[in-house]
Every structure is written in structure tokens, then in C-alpha cells.
Write a protein that binds this ligand. Structure first.
Ligand code: TEU
Length: 524
């Protein structure tokens, strides 16, 4: 019907393996911590939901200082999550069901327990010394430059409070880490590092994965002088400002590597630069990343003007260079949309932004249930970045254990007796069923999947847009206000295909949006 690759029209469902599902009573692994087998057991549910692909956050061998984003062996599964055989089974069963599988590729840094770093640290004369960024102290002593790390300095996710350098007393040199001291940065200007990380990609591509979510990929190229950078960025974590031209050469090589494989393999890069204009160049001339996360919308409040600006930025910066947009409203690093936007009605309406705007959508597991962040007290907090709340376990049913074999590693999100998968599957009015209807509408409509987008004139407080692909048309409208709004549309005969509260579905459009309501309208 269309020649577009799956990853343009698709919806990718992000799974944080620790929190998704354990292997159930009597199953393998550590009870209360999710496993690959736990994911496999729920594939039919994800097919029922209607997503196209899964992205699995890291399940590799790791000391878990950053819960898997500190990798000590990129080509093996941590026993916490299972085995390589479990991964192969999960991949095969997902493919059997038509689900693609993306995995996380952590290339900017490794664990300090990775054999490469153990070797590198062992001596300044180690052949692997140059795999990481070792430097002498600044002339007057202290860290070599003013770069700050993303985490540290009393918890919370702000970062910027501690240096991105840690002293190794044995050699008197510092090593660079944009994240935790347990996550030393690799030196991508050193060719053997590039080759080693390419080999990791080949290992998983040969096993059949459909692509990668590339962690902090904008950070791999570093200024060779490791200069301080502008003073106004001095207090910010370097991980959110590092934007060096050499990264683009690396991305072109990565694109060639992926495109050399059969099938539509994809790399979506986490480009954590909070400015759409700065994200656009990471698509290159169609020869770098296939897709890049654009995070400003993830930090945008429930405000029509702010969302209009986000759309305008996508139009201004991505569209002219042929960069296909991506939309993210939740992930494992940030408060969930239900928590940020403050009500279930808004979280429901936000799903129309995620799934109705033009671009590839990334849906974070649990957002389709309208979950709120868990309240995690100081005794239960475990993440050095203060991100535990959005990583609370998925409640699968209303039983006291909510489908887990043991009490999970983090507290439940609020209201698990009602906000769980089984209860919501039985309730056609649930947030889960709303997502299912939206995903089905998207699947059935080339306009929603791939169509051009035009923002329509709309009354104050309302964002409305059309999607058009050949003869297929849809209109989507979102009311950002707490009061009803008239939304007159040109042309007659629009029918409500999906409504955020289910009201009027299948009936002619009334011309009026309820408070915090959103609709997809189809020609009658
Ligand atoms: O995140 C990179 C990143 O820059 C943001 O996560 C940010 O620094 C942080 O979340 C602020 O709260 C990726 C992963 O998504 C994250 O989970 C990892 O901790 C990080 O890389 C290091 O691998």
C-alpha cells in the first residue's frame, strides 16, 4: 500500500525489563524482578494491544549501578533477566506474532567492571588505556576540565553537581564519566573502540534483532581537546550539551552497517539535546540515524501554546531536512504523563498527541494503563538519578501479588487494584481500551500512520490538525482546557472514530469537545 519502512508508521512499546513481569510463580529468575521470560509470557497481550515493535531497555550483564545502563558484557544476558536462550526464544516468539524487537545499545560508556575498563585501569601502559579518556589533573590540581556528570551530589535527577571526572589514585590520572563514576566513557576517537562496538551490533543483528535504541548517542564524539566549553553551560551535565561534529562521522558508519543487513533494521538515537534544531542534524542527509528522539515535547506542560510551539519546531527543523519525527511522552527516566499532566482525562487526551501526530510513536509500558509514578520513600529508593517512580512494576491483575511471584523490587504505582491489566481489559471504558482503539485506528488509517500534517484554525485552548494520505483523511482535536469548546470543522459528515472518554464514538461529530477531551474524526 505504501513503500514506507515499518519504523516510520510504527508504534514502539518500551519495556523496562526489571519492572515488566517476572517469570511467575515457580518461574526462573529472581522473584520480584522482571525477566525476559516474563516478557515472553505477555506477548499475546501486546499483540492484543496492537503495538508494532518492542524496545527492551538493557538486559545485558551488569553490576546494576545504573540498573543495566552500566554494561559489563554487551553480548550476554545478565542472570537476573535470564539467558541468551531466553532472549532467542523471546525474539522468535515476538517475530512469530509479527512484533519487531529493538534492543538498547549502550555505546558511550561501559561499566567500570567491564573487562575493557578493568584492563584500562590496571596501568597507564595497558594496551587498553586508550580505550577510555584518561587525563592528568589540571595544572593546579583537580579535574582536567569543568565538565559535570549527569548524576551524583545527593540524588535527584538534576545532575551537574559533581565533576564528570574521577581520580584513580594508583596512577594519579582522572577518567571521564558523563554519567556515574561506575560508567566510564569510551574514547570513540580510538579505532579499536569503534570496531568493538560495531561487533556488538553485528552480534545482535546476526541473532535477528530489528534494530537498536542507541543510548546517549550524541555523546560518543568528544572535543579532542576536552576543552571546558562555554561558561553558561558550566553547571549543566555535559551529557545534555555534548554536540561534537565527530559524532556524525560515526553515525554514517553505523548507518552503513545497519543498512547492510537484510530487512528494515533501524537505529533510533537518544539525542538528549533539549532543542529540536540541534536534533535535526543527527539524521544527516538520510545517512545517519533513521530516527532520533526529540525530547522537548516530553518536558512540555499541558498547555496549548506550548504544544503549538513544539509542533512548529518539528515543522521548522525536521520537515525541511526530511527527518521523520518521533514522539515520546514517557520513558524510564522521567515522570509519567499521568503524573505530569495531573489527571486521567489529560493523560487520555495526551495519547492523541502521541499517536495522532506525524511520526513514530514510543509508548512506555504502563502509560497505556494510565499509571501514575509510584511514591518511593527514602528507604525504598534505589536509583542514583531519582527515577524510581516511573519504574514501578506493572500490576497485571487485581490479586494481592498483582501477577508477580514475589513483592517487586519497587513499590506499586497508586491504585493497582483497579489500575492493572486484567481489570482494565474487562472494562471497555478503561485507559487501556482507549489505547487499543487508538492503535487500531492508526493501523487502519494511512493518514494517521504516514499522512501529512496541517495545523487547523481552532478556538482558544484547542489544538486541531488534519492528517492526509492520498484519499485517506483524519482530523484530530485536543482540548487543553477544563471547559467545553466548540470546534467547528469545514465540510460535513465527520464521524467520531475515537474519543478520549469514549463519548459519541461511531456517531456524527457534535462540533463540541468536552473538558480535556480529544477525538479522532473520520469522514462519514
Ligand atoms: O539517558 C541519558 C540522559 O542524558 C538522561 O537520561 C538524563 O541524563 C537523566 O535521565 C536525567 O535524569 C540514558 C538512559 O536513558 C538512562 O537511563 C541512563 O541512566 C543514561 O543514559 C546512562 O546510560
Amino acid at each position: 500500500m505504501t513503500g514506507a519502512p515499518w519504523w516510520r508508521s510504527g508504534v514502539v512499546y518500551q519495556i523496562y525489563p526489571r519492572s515488566f513481569a517476572d517469570a511467575g510463580p515457580g518461574g526462573a529468575g529472581r522473584p520480584g524482578v522482571g525477566t525476559l521470560e516474563g516478557i515472553r509470557r505477555h506477548l499475546d497481550h501486546l499483540v492484543w494491544l496492537g503495538v508494532d515493535a518492542l524496545w527492551l531497555s538493557p538486559f545485558y550483564r551488569s553490576p546494576m549501578a545504573d540498573f543495566g545502563y552500566d554494561v559489563s558484557d554487551h553480548c550476554d544476558v545478565d542472570p537476573t533477566f535470564g539467558t541468551l536462550a531466553d532472549f532467542d526464544r523471546l525474539l522468535a516468539d515476538a517475530h512469530d506474532r509479527g512484533l519487531r524487537v529493538l534492543i538498547d545499545w549502550v555505546a558511550n560508556h561501559t561499566s567500570d567492571q567491564h573487562p575493557w575498563f578493568v584492563d584500562s585501569r590496571s596501568s597507564p601502559r595497558s594496551p587498553r588505556r586508550s580505550w577510555y579518556l584518561w587525563r592528568d589533573p589540571a595544572p593546579g590540581g583537580g579535574p582536567p576540565n569543568h565538565w559535570r556528570a549527569a548524576f551524583g551530589g545527593g540524588g535527584g535527577d538534576g545532575g551537574g553537581e559533581v565533576p564528570a571526572w574521577t581520580l584513580d589514585p594508583a596512577s594519579g590520572q582522572y577518567y571521564l564519566h558523563l554519567f556515574l563514576p561506575e560508567q566510564p566513557d569510551l574514547d570513540w576517537s580510538h579505532r579499536p573502540v569503534v570496531e568493538a562496538l560495531h561487533d556488538v551490533l553485528r552480534f545482535w543483528l546476526d541473532r535477528g534483532v530489528d534494530g537498536f535504541r542507541a543510548d546517549a548517542i550524541h555523546a560518543i564524539g568528544k572535543d579532542p581537546a576536552l576543552a571546558d566549553g562555554p561558561d553558561d553551560l558550566a553547571g549543566q551535565p555535559r551529557s545534555s550539551t555534548n554536540d561534537h561534529p565527530s559524532t556524525h562521522e560515526h553515525l554514517r558508519e553505523l548507518r552503513t552497517l545497519l543498512d547492510g543487513y537484510p530487512g528494515e533494521r533501524v537505529m533510533v538515537g537518544e539525542v538528549y539535546l533539549l532543542d529540536t534544531a540541534k536534533v535535526a542534524p543527527y539524521y544527516g542527509d538520510g545517512d545517519e540515524l533513521h530516527l532520533a528522539f526529540n525530547f522537548p515535547p516530553l518536558f512540555t506542560p499541558w498547555d496549548v501554546g506550548a504544544w503549538r510551539s513544539r509542533l512548529a519546531e518539528v515543522e521548522r527543523h525536521l520537515h525541511p531536512v526530511g527527518a521523520w519525527p518521533t514522539w515520546v511522552l514517557g520513558n524510564h527516566d522521567n515522570p509519567r504523563p499521568r503524573t505530569r499532566f495531573g489527571s486521567e482525562a489529560r493523560a487520555r487526551a495526551a495519547a492523541f498527541l502521541l499517536l495522532g501526530l506525524q511520526g513514530t510513536a514510543f509508548l512506555y509500558a504502563g502509560d497505556e494503563l494510565g499509571l501514575e509514578d509510584a511514591e518511593v520513600g527514602p528507604e525504598e529508593a534505589v536509583d542514583p538519578g531519582g527515577r524510581d517512580g516511573c519504574r514501578a512494576p506493572i500490576p497485571w491483575d487485581a490479586s494481592p501479588g498483582h501477577g508477580w511471584a514475589a513483592r517487586p523490587w519497587l513499590p506499586w504505582p497508586p491504585g493497582p487494584d483497579l489500575r492493572n491489566v486484567a481489570s482494565q481489559r474487562q472494562d471497555p471504558g478503561s485507559v487501556l481500551h482507549l489505547h487499543r482503539r487508538l492503535l487500531a485506528a492508526r493501523r487502519a488509517s494511512p493518514a494517521l500512520r504516514l499522512g501529512d500534517l496541517e495545523v487547523l484554525d481552532a478556538p482558544e485552548g484547542v489544538l486541531a490538525w488534519s492528517r492526509v494520505h492520498a484519499a485517506d483523511r483524519r482530523t484530530v482535536a485536543v482540548n487543553f482546557t477544563g471547559a467545553p469548546r466548540p470546534v467547528p470543522l469545514d465540510g460535513d459528515g465527520w464521524v467520531v472514530e475515537v474519543a478520549s472518554d469514549g463519548a459519541g464514538e461511531g456517531r456524527p461529530w457534535s462540533g463540541r469537545l468536552g473538558a480535556d477531551q480529544a477525538v479522532v474524526l473520520a469522514p462519514g
